[in-house]
Design a protein around this ligand. Structure first.
Ligand SMILES: Nc1ncnc2c1ncn2[C@@H]1O[C@H](COP(=O)(O)OP(=O)(O)OP(=O)(O)O)[C@@H](O)[C@H]1O
Length: 463
């Protein structure tokens, strides 16, 4: 549909953009990304003919774009730029009807029945019908944006060029506008080429992406381009973390403030305290840790400061969340960053095991759940002072579980024991990213074994 071939160009003799090659396929939603000043608007202007191309060419449906007449071009391309100013004092409806101009026939260029049908349809789609008779200058920036989109759609273009179309829009209208464009793309095969600033929004809607940096094309590709964190960190100069969207199969970026980040905290020494008796264990840290857990409250992956296990004689019919809330109130534990589980039986004394491997400190806190003075299960909290990605977190969780089972079997307990056991694994996310997972794994195994053994020794269980 649109082929940008080795294009160089810019303002007078200053070629802002150099050797740009981009191909936009028929029916694609293509997002042009890049930081401020990277040349996105300049490229836009080179395509629309507002700026002369110094080298290379732009092809539209295989034909040099400069060989199209103005009217021919207007039948194929509609442009929605950032400039929402309009020279005359038109009403909204008049502006939208201007979009039909390239299709009007005859000398008088009157609007036909079909033209009116399309005008009504696009005004409905963009939700501007209600102010159709209002002067364009009297509506808000976001409403103007929608009216100009209606005008662009009234043109019935094959290709829609958009320069940051969501600039003036709030979240609701941003998503409404992009939903509308996506529908138009899917139902009518509209090809969309849009400058977008918000990488997460771009990820949700676009099929292909181009990344401009300093006037050069850095990357072209599908959504996996947004997973190239090192490239994005470099060109946007912010700390970016990528993660999958929980319901849409697209990546989403999380940004971190560039505040001083201490390499390693000394979080084990004096930075946590343990309260423990037969009814509960409460491990409290001064700062939250990224935690993966099977808690009844605060489960999944969350930032947690308070790690609780409460005991009960027998599970009641009250939902555990409510029961936990009551218990937490009783002990004055705030619920904001808390993970908590209720287990059946009494809670035994805690055992703490601490190690350091390759600069990563690991602390394991284990408590047994007991019934009739017999150990029925083990609750385990693993704290690690280092950076762990999600794969490493899941892996560590698996190792801790497996090793606990093995240790329990060595002491004659079988896994058929149907008690609820708490497993919390927490990391500080500080320090060097390249913790050698293998070394951590081996240490973790040894620590879990030791912790379980010490619980048996403490509880004076004879094997
Ligand atoms: N009219 C102009 N005359 C000369 N240079 C210009 C002109 N407009 C922009 N530039 C320069 O061209 C470079 C690219 O600007 P451009 O507007 O294309 O960037 P952009 O990627 O669209 O940025 P933004 O995200 O801020 O809109 C900038 O260095 C800018 O200073």
């Amino acid at each position: 549909m649109l082929k940008i071939q080795n294009v160089t160009g810019g303002y007078s003799n200053n070629p802002i953009l150099r050797n740009i090659d981009i191909e936009v396929q028929n029916g694609d939603f293509f997002a042009l990304l890049g930081p401020n000043g990277s040349g996105k608007t300049t490229l836009f202007k080179l395509i629309t003919g507002q700026l002369p191309i110094q080298k290379g060419k732009v092809l539209l449906s295989g034909k040099d774009i400069s060989s199209y007449s103005k009217l021919e071009k207007a039948k194929k391309i509609a442009v929605l730029s950032q400039d929402t100013s309009v020279s005359f004092d038109y009403t909204v409806e008049e502006i939208v009807s201007l979009g039909r101009y390239p299709h009007q026939k005859g000398i008088l260029k009157n609007l036909s029945k079909k033209d009116w049908h399309i005008i009504e349809e696009v005004m409905e789609l963009t939700k501007v019908t209600e102010f159709r008779h209002t002067q364009f200058r009297k509506i808000s920036g976001g409403e103007k944006q929608r009216v100009l989109l209606a005008k662009a759609l009234a043109q019935e273009p094959e290709l829609l060029l958009l320069d940051e179309p969501t600039n003036h829009l709030d979240i609701k209208h941003t998503f409404q506008l992009l939903d509308l464009l996506k529908k138009r793309q899917e139902e009518k095969g509209l090809t969309i080429f849009s400058i977008l600033h918000d990488l997460n929004v771009a990820s949700l809607y676009a099929d292909r992406f181009a990344l401009l940096y300093n006037g050069s094309l850095l990357k072209v590709g599908d959504a996996s381009l947004l997973k190239e964190v090192d490239t994005l960190n470099k060109i946007y100069q912010v700390q970016i973390h990528v993660q999958p969207h929980p319901t849409v199969p697209k990546p989403q970026l999380l940004l971190a403030p560039s505040l001083p980040n201490s390499t390693h905290s000394t979080f084990f020494k004096g930075n946590y305290k343990i309260n423990n008796n037969e009814q509960f264990v409460h491990v409290q840290f001064q700062k939250p840790l990224r935690t993966i857990s099977n808690g009844m409250v605060g489960n999944g992956i969350q930032w947690i400061k308070d790690y609780c296990i409460f005991s009960c004689k027998q599970y009641s019919t009250i939902p555990p969340e409510e029961e936990i809330q009551t218990i937490m109130e009783q002990y004055s534990i705030t619920p904001e960053q808390t993970v908590a589980t209720i287990v059946e039986g009494n809670i035994g004394d805690v055992v703490e095991v601490e190690r350091e491997i390759e600069d990563t400190k690991i602390l394991i806190i284990v408590t047994p759940t007991k019934m009739n003075e017999k150990i029925r299960g083990f609750n385990m909290m693993v704290f690690m002072d280092g950076y762990f990605n999600e794969g490493a977190l899941v892996n560590s969780l698996l190792i801790a579980t497996k090793e606990k089972m093995k240790a329990m079997q060595q002491f004659g307990m079988d896994e058929a024991n149907e008690t609820n056991e708490a497993l919390y694994l927490a990391v500080t996310q500080k320090g060097d990213k390249s913790v050698t997972q293998r070394a951590v794994e081996a240490t973790l195994r040894e620590m879990v074994q030791l912790a379980v053994k010490q619980v048996y020794q403490k509880e004076k269980v004879v094997v």
